[in-house]
Write a protein that binds this ligand. Structure first.
Ligand code: JFZ
Length: 474
């Protein structure tokens, strides 16, 4: 009998766990897994979701060298230069002596973001290098110990909030400048040091929450190493701690791991944190990846291929055009996600010209067409080649990125939904011809816009629509 015990245990416990875990059902009882199975529906989360368009600001010491160290230009992400060029922390932190962004004007930054139409800004309070944009009491590596001295983060929070823009904090747990940071815990000494590091991090987070109480969101990064994964309790504790200090605050999934070291989604397949934050410089497939519409998510993207911090040479990679950026914004919203467009200001406090032009162009478009972005969600209609659908209540929007030679835009509505009219946002009516059951041609406008444009559909979601079409008997 004894011989069979392991087998019995295996069949009774292990196999069902594996099967249920794959289905995303709650089966393993987890101490540090998801705290909720559905999307949050409280006012703060609804605001997060309705905002839809945000901006990222990556600003730190790395903006000074701008990708170049000792005469060599590194092609990798500029905010990782310390790592690419293997610069020791003491040397890297000497950059603090040069940190003096005299052109920085928080009010001007806020105006630019407002003009662009972003509803929130995610600011790097501290990136991997460890330099803090606020005068933290827990380290010397802060803006307070630079020639500039002033609290940059405080100025930004104030200016953005005054423009009605929400502020989100990016925070890298990994801190290359801290002697107690560990990638893994291999010895007793590592474990002791890392415990100190977690207390240091808690203190910094409490400090941020206390000093900047209007912050709406914490977006964690630098949490992928074994040291953090082995301390899943801490990731759950941070989420709970921030939610207690700041009721309504939202937290991204990247912070979290469960006790099995699973990240973003726990071992039962359920999302941890409030929204998924893994779509980075890429997006879910609009046909194959519709499962993302079940949870909240936020994607972020760079304008060049992969530069978050300021890099002096953007010619080293492809730089997206404003229309390509717009396409990604609409793509995200059409699948129920948010999009955050990144900016990497220069060390003097100015945005580079390319970023200013992009912000202006997106803003001009948002002014005309923002109705199809803010407060909008996945429409549930089959994607067509001309572009993306978004939806807000009874309004279904077609955001047209590709002009058809047929001059007809094909629309396939879900069962029991009829399309009864189509108008441009300017009010001009477009012809709608029913071509088959739940299939329509919407005419292109007579004067074709020279930019992506938006059509609003009038729909009837009737129960008991008269069955005009019958499927052939087979
Ligand atoms: C991280 C940072 O290392 C980077 O510098 C930047 O701040 C970015 C927003 O976040 O980079 C990542 C993190 C996670 C993934 C990719 C890049 N990921 O999950 O694919």
């Amino acid at each position: 009998m004894k011989r069979y015990v392991p087998c019995i245990i295996f069949f009774l416990f292990v196999i069902p766990h594996v099967i249920f875990a794959q289905k995303g059902e709650r089966s393993l009882s987890l101490k540090y897994g998801a705290t909720r199975l559905e999307k949050r529906q409280d006012p703060s989360m609804k605001q997060f979701r309705a905002n839809r368009l945000g901006a990222f600001i990556h600003w730190g010491l790395y903006a000074i060298p701008g990708g170049e160290w000792n005469g060599k230009v590194y092609h990798g992400a500029a905010e990782w230069l310390k790592s690419w060029a293997k610069v020791p922390s003491e040397e890297w932190m000497k950059l603090m002596e040069k940190w003096n962004p005299v052109k920085f004007d928080a009010v001007e930054w806020a105006r630019m973001m407002k003009q662009m139409g972003v509803k929130y800004v995610k600011i790097t309070t501290k990136h991997h290098e460890g330099f803090c944009l606020w005068p933290s009491a827990y380290t010397r590596n802060t803006v307070a110990h630079t020639p500039y001295k002033k609290d940059l983060l405080g100025d930004m929070v104030k200016a953005f909030n005054e423009e009605g823009i929400d502020v989100h904090f990016y925070f890298s747990v990994m801190d290359w400048s801290h002697p107690d940071w560990r990638y893994d815990i291999k010895t007793k000494e590592d474990s002791v040091a890392f415990s100190r590091f977690l207390i240091f991090t808690d203190n910094q987070l409490k400090e941020l929450a206390k000093n900047y109480p209007t912050v709406k969101d914490f977006w964690f990064d630098g949490t992928w190493d074994n040291s953090i994964k082995r301390n899943a309790w801490w990731t759950a504790h941070v989420e709970a701690m921030l939610k207690e200090l700041l009721p309504g605050v939202t937290v991204n999934s990247r912070l979290r791991s469960d006790e099995y070291g699973k990240r973003h989604f726990d071992s039962n397949g359920n999302l941890m944190g409030d929204y998924e934050s893994g779509y980075e410089r890429r997006l879910p497939d609009p046909v194959k990846d519709l499962q993302v519409t079940k949870w909240d998510w936020e994607a972020c993207m760079t304008i060049p291929e992969n530069q978050w911090g300021y890099h002096k040479d953007w010619s080293l990679s492809y730089v997206k055009t404003p229309v390509e950026v717009l396409d990604r914004i609409v793509h995200a919203v059409s699948m129920g996600g948010n999009m955050v467009v990144n900016f990497g200001p220069q060390a003097n406090g100015n945005f580079r010209q390319e970023e200013k032009v992009l912000a202006m162009t997106i803003g001009n478009w948002m002014k005309k067409y923002g109705e199809c972005i803010y407060g909008c969600d996945y429409a549930g209609w089959d994607k067509q080649d001309w572009g993306y659908y978004t939806r807000k209540g009874q309004e279904v929007y077609m955001v047209v990125f590709n002009k058809p030679y047929s001059k007809r835009l094909i629309v396939k509505s879900p069962n029991a939904t009829q399309v009864v009219g189509a108008v441009l946002l300017s009010g001009e009516r477009l012809e709608v011809v029913e071509t088959a059951k739940n299939e329509y041609n919407v005419s292109m406008p007579d004067r074709e816009p020279e930019e992506p444009f938006v059509i609003k559909l009038r729909i009837k979601e009737a129960t008991g629509v008269t069955e005009k079409y019958r499927d052939a008997f087979i």
